[in-house]
Design a protein around this ligand. Structure first.
Ligand SMILES: *Cc1c(COP(=O)(O)O)cnc(C)c1O
Length: 398
């Protein structure tokens, strides 16, 4: 392949662009993970991650992809044959569901159309029917990365409470953590699952569990086999900043840098507002092109990615391939039953207004190249939104 000049646009919804500062932070000699210097690093990143999850509970960090932290959430808390209630928000929910089956659990799957989030009322109804409390956990994907739909986790919590059901509440935040508002403690979540390569702006390779006291208590009697994923030794070692086995030391250097950028320099509230602004500008572009955003409920549109539905007869992967070939930009493919029907624009992580405009310009040009019938007004609409946000800020400052 010939060389492409300039920067590649990595606009898939994870892995995301890694800031140069984070890459440089990783590029240091690996240290002794049993030595005194490491303890400082370990304590700093564990404390920082508690702030990201908004929890005063326990956090563990695995040298693993997000899938590993999914498995950790299940095997630490449940026993063979346990019923779990899962919600079919899309492809990632289906993968977690498949994993639960493979682990010997009995997942019950509430169906959806892949265009809306987990329905708190449907969950409440099902839990009320479960008078014997056979269901041991409710598992929800906060931000369904295959559809660009964000479920209302606080409302799902209220539904579980309204049904007076004791099930554990587990939430996958792999593509929302540090991009979309999330509150582990306030929303009464028992296990939150996170990953490094999306909102946290790191390369792939780290994943997380945030753990409530209730989940920790459940882990004492949970009978699914576990060793690598076991919370007990992770938490015991973590108290002193250490790990039971070799951690991904250099990724933790990167995590320390990313946490400092997100928590101390920009501030999580500003990070969330930036993501909302870019998501809104993107949706305005899609509508101005005359295309459809896959998410149908305005209250559930994702802040971190947008799935764009193509008119019948147009192949979304052909559009993506043309954009990659001509403009050196990667967009997310349609997953599962959405293959060929949608492409996904990732607008999360280390990302600013002009990167978004470059992204949307690439999409608009690619749609035209692929002969998808559009109005050439998307880029304009997005710019107008970004300018209006800036004007409002200037006015507020004056
Ligand atoms: C990316 C993603 C995963 C999978 O994480 P891996 O790191 O690829 O194992 C799971 N759930 C959601 C919501 C995701 O976005």
């Amino acid at each position: 392949m010939p060389r492409n000049a300039g920067r590649h646009f990595l606009q898939i919804p994870g892995p995301t662009n890694v800031p140069d500062r984070v890459l440089r932070a990783i590029d240091f000699p690996t240290m002794d993970h049993r030595g005194p210097e490491f303890a400082e690093l370990g304590k700093t990143v564990l404390e920082g991650m508690k702030r990201v999850f908004r929890t005063r509970g326990h956090v563990v960090i695995y040298p693993a992809s997000g899938t590993g932290a999914w498995e950790a959430a299940l095997v630490n808390t449940l026993s063979p044959g346990d019923a779990v209630l899962m919600y079919e928000t899309g492809h990632f929910a289906s993968l977690w569901h498949k994993m639960a089956t493979k682990l010997g659990l009995k997942p019950e799957y509430l169906a959806s159309d892949w265009r809306t989030g987990a329905d708190p009322q449907a969950i409440e109804r099902r839990l009320r029917e479960d008078r014997e409390h056979r269901i041991k956990a409710v598992c929800i994907v906060h931000n369904e990365t295959s559809t660009g739909v964000t479920s209302r986790i606080g409302e799902v919590r209220k539904a579980i409470d309204a049904a007076k059901h004791p099930a554990l509440f587990m939430v996958d935040t792999i593509s929302s953590l540090a991009s979309i508002d999330y509150r582990h403690d306030e929303w009464g979540v028992d296990v939150t699952v996170g990953g490094s390569q999306k909102g946290l702006m790191l390369p792939p390779g780290l994943s997380f569990n945030a753990i409530s006291e209730k989940a920790l208590a459940a882990s004492k009697s949970a009978a699914l086999p576990r060793s690598y994923w076991g919370w007990d030794e992770m938490i015991a070692n973590g108290r002193n900043g250490y790990f039971p086995y070799t951690p991904a030391t250099n990724l933790l250097y990167g995590l320390r840098e990313a946490l400092s950028m997100l928590l101390d320099e920009e501030g999580l509230e500003n990070v969330f507002a930036r993501h909302q602004r870019h998501a809104e500008a993107t949706r305005r572009a899609v509508r101005a092109w005359g295309l459809e955003v896959l998410a149908t409920n305005p209250a559930e549109c994702s802040g971190s990615l947008t799935a764009v539905l193509l008119p019948a007869g147009h192949d979304a992967d052909r559009v993506r391939n043309l954009i990659l070939e001509h403009f050196d930009m990667s967009l997310g493919t349609g997953l599962g039953k959405l293959a060929g029907k949608v492409f996904r624009i990732g607008h999360l992580g280390d990302f600013n207004d002009l990167q978004l405009m470059g992204t949307l310009a690439g999409v608009e040009m690619g749609l035209e190249l692929a002969s998808v019938p559009i109005r050439r007004e998307g880029v304009q609409a997005a710019m107008a939104h970004l300018v209006s946000c800036r004007t409002a800020r200037e006015r507020a400052a004056a």
